[in-house]
Design a protein around this ligand. Structure first.
Ligand code: ZN
Length: 402
């Protein structure tokens, strides 16, 4: 039992910098590259766990320490046996540390060496979150993968501000690691399982590389984070309002430098095109609210690009959202019907669009994995990216019969 890791990760195929891998956690095996649906408040908004498990075969979803800590509160979740038992989701969970959510509160927060003070978005009460509190919250949630508590600088922050933030993140990473280890040795992780031949049954802890748009700071953050030692590594602080070119400069430079033998996670990214591009640079794990959030606002992601279901051009269109999609929504319903549901304010519109969008994201990753394994990733990437422009091209030439 001594020395067994909490997770194992094996790269089973490579195509250029793209990797296909097998991530083994205490609650299941996850093939990578993987997209993780976001389940902020203990629910992936607009979809039942049955659909996520049975039809979409999502192996891992996200939970958010910040949101669950404020509501329903950690005492409720602990008394109900941890987040798996509380929600009924029995597969793997990754929990975000709360660093990003607190950052996104902007002016409402105050950062000190000790941690961050902020006002709750739920009731306006004054709250304080630190690396130690975040680790104890995530132990109580009992997720398979815990994220270190970090500080995120704005994407366009100048070098001195980004440096301070990166250095604070490095000190908080050390404190996260120490507190995490102490919680594990005191058996405070509610998700603990019996050890297997290869893994310990404990939680895994991922470190986060920060440093804003500045490559020298990113590299320093990378070396300071890997020096502490984590079970996996994330690139944080991207997709936070910076130019897309900045994000790609950072990912292109940093992703291949992350330890090869461990999973690499690009936090909060992105569009289907972003996922495929990041895979080409060696990223293994992703999360993003786009498929669920946009599903609720009437936007579908398809192999021909994004479509707004409310547009008049779909009023009489009896084809499915995406003719290349095999999901249960595309098998049964037409664009015309989905448009009608959306314009009528029907709850089902959000449910069906969310389902299709998640199916499209997860199926894209399945095809990415297959193409890496068969050595056709670049061909897949070119065809996929070209396909995403089809609606736009049709519009440009005035063809509404797309
Ligand atoms: Zn579909």
């Amino acid at each position: 039992m001594v020395d067994k890791p909490p997770i194992t990760f094996e790269v089973v195929a490579r195509d250029g910098d793209a990797r296909a891998g097998i991530l083994t956690t205490r609650r299941g095996i996850i093939e990578t590259p993987v997209f993780m649906p976001v389940g902020t408040a203990g629910t992936v908004k607009g979809i039942r766990f049955e659909a996520l498990e049975e039809e979409l075969d999502a192996r891992i979803i996200l939970g958010n320490a910040y949101h669950l800590w404020l509501r329903p509160g950690i005492e409720v979740i602990k008394k109900c046996g941890g987040l798996h038992r509380f929600t009924g989701w029995e597969r793997a969970l990754l929990t975000d540390s709360g660093g990003f959510q607190v950052w996104s509160l902007g002016a409402l927060r105050k950062i000190t060496e000790e941690g961050t003070q902020f006002r709750s978005h739920v009731d306006g009460s004054l709250q304080f979150l630190s690396p130690e509190i975040s680790m104890s919250v995530q132990a109580a949630l009992g997720s398979e993968i815990v994220m270190a508590f970090d500080e995120c600088a704005a994407g366009d922050a100048p070098a001195d501000v980004s440096r301070q933030s990166m250095e604070l993140t490095a000190r908080w990473a050390r404190r996260s690691r120490a507190e995490f280890d102490s919680l594990q040795s005191n058996a405070l992780d509610t998700g603990q399982t019996a050890p297997t031949q290869t893994i310990s049954g404990a939680q895994a802890l991922f470190g986060i590389v920060q440093g804003g748009a500045h490559l020298e700071l990113r590299r320093e953050s990378l070396s300071r984070t890997t020096e502490i030692g984590f079970d996996g590594y994330a690139i944080g602080g991207l997709s936070v309002g910076e130019e897309k070119s900045v994000m790609w400069r950072v990912v292109t430079d940093i992703a291949p430098e992350l330890p090869d033998a461990q999973p690499r996670y690009l936090m909060g990214v992105g569009t289907p095109e972003d996922l495929v591009e990041a895979v080409s640079r060696g990223i293994d794990m992703f999360d993003c609210v786009l498929p669920t959030r946009n599903g609720r606002t009437g936007q579908a992601f398809t192999s021909r690009g994004k479509m707004n279901v409310k547009n008049a051009q779909w009023a009489l269109d009896t084809r499915p959202l995406d003719e290349n999609c095999n999901c249960s929504v595309c098998k049964r319903h037409s664009r015309a019907y989905l448009r009608h549901l959306y314009l009528s304010g029907e709850l089902l519109a959000s449910i069906l669009l969310t389902h299709h969008n998640l199916a499209f994201f997860l199926d894209t990753m399945r095809r990415v994995r297959q193409s890496i394994r068969s050595g056709d990733f670049n061909e897949f990437r070119r065809e996929f990216t070209e396909g995403l422009n089809a609606f736009e091209e049709d519009k440009a030439v005035g063809n509404t019969e797309v």
